[in-house]
Design a protein around this ligand. Structure first.
Ligand code: UD1
Ligand code: MG
Length: 449
């Protein structure tokens, strides 16, 4: 029998699944148990879209983040259990071979935990103090420095493969160098804030996290060396710069280098418990919500995605899973950058007689500038917003708030809160399906693998 490397540590993956089940049960149990304590600590909010104005515990993402991070810390010895056993007993063809402890992987793991902790602190402070935008934006960028340093230490790739039609201009590879690091640090800010501005109806924040986590997990599973004859053609896994395939890893198993498998295992170790705490929380946050996530949940989940995208080298694939968030962010830009007034809450408006949601409005106090008018007219022509003209002057008096939730209501008509969150989830799933088609289907057309 040929020498069989003790890798892959699939049993460790099963341990991670076990930890995640604990995380699910713990979240299900702890969220309602600590609700009254949160209310006593003034961590509470009223549900904007209900008649009942009794306080709902807010920032309960803190419970999810605590369970998540504690379990990730407890999991450290298991994640490296393979190193313990292989240092002692891995038998190569020449007898005992000593494999060095994977310090690099430990630094990947620890720097990821550090970023998650900073995101938790930032999110919680935002819940308590309502931090200003100009302070909120740079903090995740700083929080990503440990990740970038580890990426650099590993001589991480900063090349991008040029699509076939543009190669005559740029050649096959373009090295973005420092720009690539800037892009990765912006990814952490984008991922954390984009969840937070796609919020305000029961289940919206956490359902985005659940669907993206499921998509990332599915993508990771494609790279594991399943013992079955379940193979993905090498050129699909190996296209682009995100992965460097080091050849066939082991006969009878899927293709891909050991490094590639390790990176996606790392991603699974971080995604499985995240999915678990989010599912547990979703049970309590589902319509009608008994708990609110607060900014803490948005920041922690967003940072977790940025962490795995950077550390496991699939940040571009990850961005494809964020299509609804990108849409919502781009649509929000006129309000975020001050062209159009941005009220404190942009959530849809409820008509309590019918219990249906309608698009909410942003009102102009004085007539909008020519630039604002042009931008809004373009958005309205594209069906992304609905404008109300001033009865006497004819200038724009108000516009529907520029969010994906209001966009659904503009296009599909009024609907209940539950139906709106289901529509959002449908869009997120459709985005992920499209992402897989683009990544594994169309990539072959644009890149030659
Ligand atoms: C972001 C949005 C804001 C949106 C708010 C809702 C931008 C720029 N900001 O602000 O438009 O109104 O999120 O979360 O887009 N709430 C509910 N039902 C829910 C969840 C939250 O009514 O299912 C309300 C509660 O009153 C809760 C409050 O939203 O207390 C939380 O808002 P907060 O997270 O502080 O708002 P921002 O993140 O600043
Ligand atoms: Mg928020």
């Amino acid at each position: 029998r040929p020498f069989v490397d003790p890798f892959p540590p699939l049993p460790t993956l099963y341990t991670s699944v076990g930890f995640s089940l604990y995380a699910l049960l713990a979240t299900l149990y702890v969220i309602p148990a600590v609700g009254p304590a949160f209310i006593r600590a003034n961590l509470k909010g009223v549900d904007l879209l209900k008649l009942d104005k009794s306080p709902v515990p807010e920032s309960q993402g803190l419970v999810c983040a605590s369970i998540y991070i504690l379990l990730l810390i407890l999991f450290i010895p298991f994640a490296f259990s393979n190193a313990f056993s292989s240092t002692m007993s891995a038998k190569g063809p020449e007898g005992l071979s000593v494999i060095e402890f994977p310090h690099y992987q430990l630094s990947v793991y620890l720097s990821s935990l550090l970023s998650l902790l900073i995101a938790t602190v930032l999110g919680f402070l935002d819940d308590v103090f309502d931090i200003r935008w100009r302070h909120k934006i740079p903090i995740p960028i700083i929080a990503s420095i440990p990740l970038l340093m580890v990426y650099y230490a590993e001589k991480g790739n900063t090349n991008v493969v040029v699509p076939l039609p543009l190669r005559f201009l740029f050649g096959t590879l373009v090295n973005l160098g420092p720009l690539y690091y800037i892009y990765m640090s912006l990814l952490s800010t984008f991922a954390t804030n984009s969840f937070n501005i796609l919020a305000g109806i029961n289940g919206s924040e956490v359902s985005q996290a659940v669907i993206i986590a499921l998509s990332v997990i599915l993508n990771d599973l494609l790279y594991l060396p399943w013992p079955l004859d379940f193979r993905i053609p090498l050129h699909l896994l190996g296209s682009h710069t995100e992965v460097e395939v080091g050849g066939v890893w082991s006969a009878g198993m899927a293709y891909g280098s050991r490094e590639l498998v390790e990176r996606h295992l790392f991603s699974l170790y971080f995604m499985l418990p995240l999915l678990a705490v989010c599912l547990g929380f979703m049970y309590h946050n589902w319509y009608p919500a008994r708990a609110f996530p607060g900014d803490t949940l948005c920041y922690v989940t967003g940072m977790a995605f940025a962490v795995v995208g950077i550390q496991a080298h699939f940040s571009k694939t990850l961005l494809l899973f964020f299509l609804p968030q990108i849409f919502n962010f781009v649509l929000s830009c006129p309000q975020l950058f001050g062209l159009v007034p941005c009220p404190r809450h942009r959530v849809p408006r409820i008509d309590h007689d019918t219990n249906l949601l309608h698009p909410s409005q942003a009102y102009f106090e004085k007539s909008p500038s020519p630039l604002t008018t042009m931008v809004l007219r373009i958005l309205a022509a594209l069906g992304l917003a609905k404008l109300t003209p001033h009865p006497t002057t004819g200038t724009i008096a108000s516009t529907t708030n520029l969010t994906i939730l209001n966009f659904f209501l503009v296009r599909l008509g009024p609907m209940s809160e539950k139906r709106l969150v289901q529509t959002l989830m449908g869009a997120q799933v459709a985005g992920s399906v499209l992402a897989f088609v683009v990544r594994y289907g169309l990539a072959g057309l644009v890149y030659d693998g």
